[in-house]
Design a protein around this ligand. Structure first.
Ligand SMILES: [Zn+2]
Length: 55
C-alpha cells in the first residue's frame, strides 16, 4: 500500500476517508494476500488486486 493511495480523493464522491483491508486468499492462504482500499463514503475500491508472495 502506498501513501499516495491513502491520501487520494475518491474519483466517485471526492471523499478522502477510506479503509484499508487485507484478505487472505483461500487457496494461497499460506503465502499470498489481497490488499485493497475501500472508500468510506461510497464503497469505491481503489486497489483491488495486489498479490504478494512471501518466501
Ligand atoms: Zn467515494
Amino acid at each position: 500500500m502506498k501513501l499516495e493511495q491513502l491520501l487520494a480523493k475518491c474519483p466517485k464522491c471526492g471523499s478522502t476517508d477510506k479503509t484499508a483491508k487485507r484478505k487472505f486468499l483461500d487457496e494461497y492462504k499460506a503465502h499470498a494476500k489481497l490488499d485493497y482500499i475501500v472508500c468510506d463514503g461510497c464503497g469505491y475500491i481503489f486497489e483491488e488486486s495486489e498479490i504478494s508472495e512471501k518466501e
